[in-house]
Design a protein around this ligand. Structure first.
Ligand code: FAD
Ligand code: NAD
Length: 479
């Protein structure tokens, strides 16, 4: 038997590494077991988010947007740019450098906070023992008073589109293309499909997204989803709904995809590359021994209560491994909540106010209830909207697509939800999330002083519009 810790986190993504740092800050003896290797073959921390998820995808989104703007967005400002050229390997190297900088930063933070980084693959055994298998094939046993499972998720494979790592790839492969595929097929028009589709579209690919569902982004506020689809369609993303892929096979350096369209008619497309992004599943493979007594829920996730405790005393689970949206900030806040509860605090997390963002341009962001959810709850509500085309700042930036939509309770005027398509929607929606956390009404936001000219003014105008008092658009009703 090796060392004993107060807490062992298995998995060093946002759920694990953030929780480990917080637990160490609270004076606990903490270890974090992580098996991932970076592109350089060395042990890395930060999980999916830092290595192959949020950060590298945003690096490519930002780079590709600059390229697109340099080519197509400057003339309107009276700027002529000629000879704008693309160096894809340099763009990928920049992305890799950012990943390296951030993941190395976690290693430093572990050192600074006294978190022990155990390199290898962890497995939970009975009685809160953890077996770690390292690269050399050596297994070491550790003991802990608490174990937090934070092994995240992995992409879902579909047998009809077997990945070969070159022509048919998952999101990780799509962050590594060394050149722009002239025709790019994407199976699944969800968050990853839209973000990575945007990257390669801006860099010059002809992008077709084949989505199985008949509706677009069905979990989102449907008014906003329709607005987003229209805007992304105008940018050239060819989003085809109701498509059932039957085969995707590599033939002479191309991928032939056969599918039936929304009317059930057989169709065929030839692509240079195909990305499969049809969702992710909890990463439970080999994570725990049978005799642990750990329960899974109906969807194969580790079953937890509202504070991320499993059915086994002293064993917790956070992040993509458990119920709720698969988002980095949700995972990290769960990590913090669990660390604080282990240290004896009464921490809680407000699951009603986890923002969601799709980092296309314009961004699509939301917090709280959608109009469909409010309707279903049966409560009376009112809606205020403000289009960015009426915002002085959006016009100045030539970035006028989209709108802010605020939903408030008819009775109390409290804000129930905010949904935005528009430039900087992610940051704007966070302002409303803060207001909602403090129980703000639409009137409260309407009474605040917003800097001028800012995109934030659109949030205030939408809040004013809720009660028919918007200044810079005609109100539907006046009070
Ligand atoms: P992970 O980040 O998946 O970390 C789990 C870690 O556990 C991994 O490092 C893994 O190697 C390790 N592990 C697994 N099994 C073992 C084991 N047995 N022993 C030791 N270690 C193990 N979310 C957002 O909020 N915003 C975004 O912009 C965003 N963009 C994304 C873009 C892409 C392309 C993808 C794929 C995901 C994106 N996500 C985004 C989702 C986000 O990455 C995840 O929700 C988040 O990383 C989940 O955190 P986690 O800690 O639960 O798991
Ligand atoms: P997703 O659930 O967002 O989208 C998957 C899409 O694929 C859905 O629209 C689904 O209907 C469709 N689909 C499923 N099976 C299909 C099939 N056989 N053929 C065609 N379409 C099919 O999942 P994702 O885009 O893979 O992303 C995975 C997770 O990663 C998401 O849960 C998301 O929360 C997270 N993520 C978040 C961000 C962000 O916050 N900006 C970015 C990327 C990923």
């Amino acid at each position: 038997m090796s060392d004993k810790f107060d807490v062992i986190f298995i998995g060093g993504g946002p759920g694990g590494y953030v929780g480990a740092i917080r637990a160490a800050q609270l004076g606990l003896a903490v270890a974090c077991v992580e098996k991932m290797k970076g592109k350089d073959g060395k042990a890395t921390l930060g999980g999916t988010c830092l290595n192959v998820g949020c950060i590298p995808s945003k690096a490519l989104l930002d780079s590709s947007y600059k390229f697109h703007e340099a080519r197509e967005g400057l003339a309107v400002h009276g700027i002529t740019a000629s000879g704008v050229a693309l160096d894809v390997p340099a763009m990928i190297r920049r992305k890799d450098d950012i990943v390296k900088q951030l993941t190395s930063g976690i290693t430093q933070l572990f050192k600074a906070n006294g978190v022990t980084h155990i390199k290898g693959s962890g497995k939970l055994l009975a009685d809160r023992r953890v077996a770690v298998l390292d690269d050399a094939g050596t297994e070491t046993l550790y003991e802990a008073s608490h174990v937090v499972l934070a092994t995240g998720s992995v992409p879902i494979d579909i047998p009809v589109a077997p990945q070969d790592g070159q022509y048919i790839v998952d999101s990780t492969g799509a962050l590594e293309f060394s050149e722009v595929p002239p025709r790019l097929g994407i199976i699944g028009a969800g968050v990853i499909g839209l973000e990575l589709g945007s990257v390669w579209k801006r860099l010059g690919s002809d992008v077709v997204l084949l989505e199985a569902m008949d509706s677009f982004l069905p979990a989102m506020d449907q008014f906003i989803a329709k607005e987003a689809k229209k805007t992304l369609g105008r940018q050239g993303l060819d989003i085809r709904l109701g498509c059932r892929v039957s085969t995707a096979s590599v033939k002479e350096g191309k991928v032939e995809v056969r599918y039936s369209d929304k009317d059930g008619n057989p169709q065929q497309e030839l692509f240079d590359r195909v990305i499969v992004c049809v969702g992710r599943k909890p990463n439970t493979a080999g994570l725990f021994a049978e005799d642990c007594g750990l329960s899974l829920d109906q969807r194969g996730r580790i079953a937890v209560d509202g504070q991320c405790a499993t059915n086994v005393p002293g064993v917790w689970a956070v992040g993509d491994l458990v119920r709720g949206p698969m988002l980095a900030h949700k995972a990290s806040e769960e990590g913090v909540m669990v660390a604080e509860r282990i240290a004896g605090h009464k921490a809680q997390m407000n699951y009603d106010l986890v923002p969601g963002v799709i980092y296309t341009h314009p961004e699509v962001a939301s917090v709280g209830l959608t109009e469909e959810q409010v309707k279903e709850s049966g409560q009376a509500y009112k809606v205020g909207m403000f289009p960015f085309v009426a915002s002085g700042r959006a016009l100045a930036a030539n970035d006028t697509a989209g709108l802010v939509k605020l939903i408030a309770s008819e009775e109390s005027d409290r804000i129930l939800g905010c949904h935005i398509v528009g430039a900087s929607a992610a940051d704007l929606v966070q302002q409303v999330a803060i207001a909602m956390e403090y129980g703000a009404t639409a009137e409260d936001i309407g009474m605040m002083v917003f800097g001028h000219p800012t995109l934030s003014e659109a949030v205030r105008e939408a809040a004013l519009a809720v009660n028919g008092h918007a200044i810079h658009i005609a109100n539907r009703k006046k009070r």
